[in-house]
Write a protein that binds this ligand. Structure first.
Ligand code: GLS
Length: 836
């Protein structure tokens, strides 16, 4: 079906209905409660009131949204399309209220209605449509794009079930389904008139047309429908609202009824199940692929929907298909949507009748590819037979792209068949695979890593051959995070203190946070800073008591490691230090160390046994330590279940110390490291990912550095690494390892943690033992530094004041300038009404 072209948008203005005065807001909440939710105030639940408030806020976004859309079309603006299998948006309400500038008005309106705004905000179930950093980065980027007024659209999948919920039973992770849509989603608008069809399977037919042109037709085995659901993404006080368009898969009536009517009832139901399955559930694996067919179906489904939609909108706006790449730019968020390269070729050639060369010119000037990981297990490859039976036409196109690419390569590097084999889009070593990262590299204008070290390692290692061929394609864009959600929304106490000294411009322009620096030397300000941090810690303390029953002391140092559980992130290195301290305290009761609360949070992929065992070890160590009166005044260990965006908003502001302790060369960037430091936490970390740049920005003296560098890690591995020797020679480490093996933390069971310990003793692929002593020494330094509260506060303020560079606004400006060639933004954007 045709989506109507926007018209009449200039007529839409803020009217009486969407006024932002307190009386109007109150009336709107009551109206929405009655007319949309269908409840009277006397019987309405907190959830009903949340819904009424969310609709009230959404009503105030709509005019901006429709106007923005209309303006982009009217002014023929080059538009970024951010294609991502994951968007980890987190709850919208508080963020939208902030971005609209309605914090005070909404607080007053709700309070006059006897409603507790904070309680209503907590009702929102978060759209957890992502695993971790990659999906959350996409969400931060959408916020910045709208804030900067960049014409942009996010495209992804509307998973019916998002990231699983984690509970802990008997110390183990247990996964529960995430029914995030149970109560409905007040932010999205279903747009069935803009549906598209996506084909799978079947076969192709080819022929020569009367002019001798080679033509191909794909006769699919299945066709499904993609229905878009649109969510407005409002910029911070910019008056701009971009669109996040997520696709849901449904059965096409024609396919379904044809089979039904011909008596093939099972086939009809099967087709429906096939269709609906595609957008059913998010794969809960971060940085790992398993060659699952459904995942390829998901990737092709949303990529095809999005490209068809882009072409349709381009043509509806009156533009010729030949100019597609001039107005449309696509950013591939990792390799997940990289099938788009072959799909755009198919659409341009088979559907829009262009020749190969013109289609390739358009395609190779449309796409850009962001790589997000160096882990070899995350480089996507699809077994050729599976790929060919699901996407037969795309395989043909990929063969053709490959043939042309390899022949150019042979010309450039004659007699270098090893290089040709390494770079081919098809992996021919043993079982044959399609290499998606290679498809993305060949089809993209730019390729970027997400931190300086990461980009350098892409160039020197993972994508070295492509770098040698096309050095000009490689660019670094260090990640950033939005200070709106990660400071202004999540840390109102610190925000208020900052505003009292340096005003509020930094929320929209984080470079201005540097004005805070001069207060680091002001002892009265430092006292205020500490008071604020204490209040925030009390908030988290209450949450911990309510969710885990564990009493922690807000005066103790909050030492936090929250992120996915993964061996390379080394939560177990953190544990080795905790156990070292435990042994020391047991040997020397009364040992003077500052009290510390070790906070862990994070989910393990359901099939990742060692990661799950690490969780079990954390919870087991916690049980022993927290119940040991000899140590539990100085040490506490807490595993906080179900770590997600909502919960991150509680943890980042409350941490004193941020653990960023991955093996150097493994964490592409990290973004949690930025959220912590912005909130005034100090970092203990390796020279990995963005840690390196954070350390440079905040000053070496305000960062706790330890461990091997990426180059040293590589050299050590190459020289032959023997963890067992380190175990033999390091007394403290040996005692710690022996205590785990002895069953001390597993109720006498000596086998429970054996797989973990044996892995460390025998191979230790992430070099925990090599970094152990350096980490322990550094942690001891942290302890000493914390004892000097004045000194610590100074370092904390310097951290917060020097994080301007890590705003996602800076990253997006770099993408605009260096990758997307978008310079005109914000120009025609309508302005938000003044006032708070
Ligand atoms: C990741 C990396 O592991 C993170 O270091 C990075 O910050 C993030 C966003 O670029 O991407 N890659 C991935 O597959 N999951 C991630 O979190």
């Amino acid at each position: 079906m045709q989506e109507p072209t926007p018209k009449g948008h200039d007529l839409i203005v803020d009217d009486d209905r969407t006024s932002i005065t307190v009386p109007a807001l109150k009336q709107a909440i009551l109206d929405n409660l009655f007319y949309v939710v269908g409840k009277r105030a006397e019987v309405a639940t907190d959830m009903d009131h949340f819904m009424a408030l969310a609709y009230t806020v959404r009503d105030r976004i709509l005019a901006r949204w429709l106007t923005t859309k209309g303006d982009y079309v009217k002014h023929h603006m080059r538009t970024v399309h951010y294609l991502s299998a994951e968007f980890l948006m987190g709850p919208h309400l508080a963020n939208n209220i902030l971005n609209l500038g309605l914090q005070e008005a909404v607080r007053q309106a709700t309070s006059e209605l006897d409603l507790d705004l904070d309680l209503l905000i907590k009702q929102e179930s978060e759209p957890g449509l992502g695993n971790g950093g990659l999906g959350r980065l996409a969400a931060c980027y959408l916020d910045s794009l709208a804030t900067l007024g960049v014409p942009a659209m996010g495209y992804g999948i509307r998973y019916e079930y998002g990231m699983f919920h984690q509970t802990i039973r008997d110390g183990w992770q247990v996964e529960l389904t995430d029914y995030w849509l149970r109560y409905g989603n007040p932010w999205e608008i279903r747009r069935p008139q803009a549906d598209v069809e996506v084909a799978f399977g079947g076969h192709t037919q080819s022929w020569r047309d009367p002019f001798g042109e080679y033509k191909v037709q794909w006769i699919p085995g299945e066709v499904v429908k993609g229905i878009p659901y649109d969510t407005p993404i409002l910029g911070y006080r910019s008056g701009v609202a971009n669109t996040l368009r997520l696709w849901r898969s449904e059965a096409t009536e024609s396919f379904y009824f044809e089979r039904f009517n011909s008596g093939d009832y099972e086939g009809a139901v099967g087709a429906k199940v096939f269709a609906e399955n595609i957008s059913k559930v998010l794969y809960p694996n971060d940085e790992e692929i398993r060659g699952k067919e459904l995942r390829l179906q998901q990737q092709y489904f949303f990529t095809s929907c999005s490209l068809q939609d882009m072409i349709r909108r381009h043509q509806n706006a009156g533009h010729a298909i030949e100019n597609f790449h001039e107005l449309c730019v696509v950013q591939l968020n990792d390799t997940h949507p990289s099938i788009g390269v072959a799909e755009l070729m198919r659409l341009l050639i088979d559907i829009h009748g262009l020749g190969w060369d013109k289609a390739w010119e358009i395609t190779s000037h449309t796409f850009n590819y962001t790589n997000h990981t160096l882990l070899p297990e995350a480089l996507e490859r699809w077994p050729l037979p599976m790929f060919g039976s699901l996407l037969p036409r795309h395989l043909e196109i990929i063969y053709e792209i490959n043939a042309r690419f390899l022949s150019a390569l042979r010309e450039r590097f004659p007699n270098d068949e090893d290089r040709v084999a390494r770079m081919s889009l098809i992996d021919e070593h043993g079982e044959r695979y399609v290499r998606m990262a290679h498809l993305a590299c060949v089809g993209s204008e730019h390729i970027n890593g997400v931190a300086r070290l990461h980009t350098e390692l892409l160039k020197s290692d993972v994508l070295h051959d492509f770098y040698e061929l096309w050095p000009e394609k490689f660019i670094n864009v260090t990640n950033g995070v939005t200070p709106r959600r990660w400071l202004a929304v999540s840390n109102p106490e610190q925000t208020e203190l900052m505003i009292s000294k340096i005003g509020q411009d930094w929320i929209g322009d984080l470079d201005r946070v540097s004005q805070l620096e001069r207060y680091a030397e002001d002892s009265a300000f430092r006292a205020d800073w500490r008071n604020v941090q204490y209040a925030v810690k009390v908030r988290l303390t209450q949450y911990i008591a309510n969710t885990t029953g564990i009493a922690v002391d807000p005066k103790s140092m909050f030492d936090a490691q929250v992120k996915r559980i993964h061996e390379y992130k080394r939560q177990h290195l953190n544990l080795l230090y905790i156990l070292t301290q435990y042994q020391r305290l047991k040997k020397t009761p009364g040992l003077e160390i500052p009290a510390r609360t070790f906070l862990f949070g994070g989910k393990a992929a359901p099939g990742y046994f060692i990661a799950k065992l690490i969780i079990k070890l954390i919870t087991s160590v916690a049980e022993v330590i927290n119940n040991d009166p000899e140590v539990n005044q100085q040490l506490k260990v807490v595993f906080l279940p179900d770590y997600n965006v909502t919960f991150g908003q509680l943890v980042y502001p409350a941490a004193d110390l941020s653990e960023q302790i991955s093996t150097a060369g493994k964490e592409a960037s990290g973004t949690g490291n930025m959220k912590f430091a912005m909130n005034g936490a100090l970092t203990i970390g390796t020279l990995d990912g963005a840690n390196i740049e954070i350390r440079e920005a905040v000053g070496h003296e305000n960062f706790f550095l330890f461990g091997l560098t990426a180059a040293e890690v590589a050299a050590k591995k190459a020289a032959g690494y023997h963890p067992h020797q380190i175990y033999e020679s390091n007394g403290e480490l040996r005692e710690v390892i022996d205590s785990i093996v002895s069953g001390q933390f597993s109720r006498g069971d000596r086998n429970l943690f054996r797989p973990l310990v044996d892995g460390l003793l025998n191979t230790d692929p992430y070099l925990l033992f090599a970094d152990y002593q350096s980490y322990v020494d550094c942690q001891d330094q942290v302890g000493k530094a914390y004892s000097d509260q004045e000194g610590w506060s100074k370092m904390s303020i310097y951290n917060a004041a020097r994080m301007g560079r890590f705003s996602s606004d800076r990253s997006i400006q770099e993408y605009c300038r260096n990758i997307w060639n978008i310079t005109r933004f914000g120009v025609d954007a309508p302005q938000a009404p003044a006032g708070k």
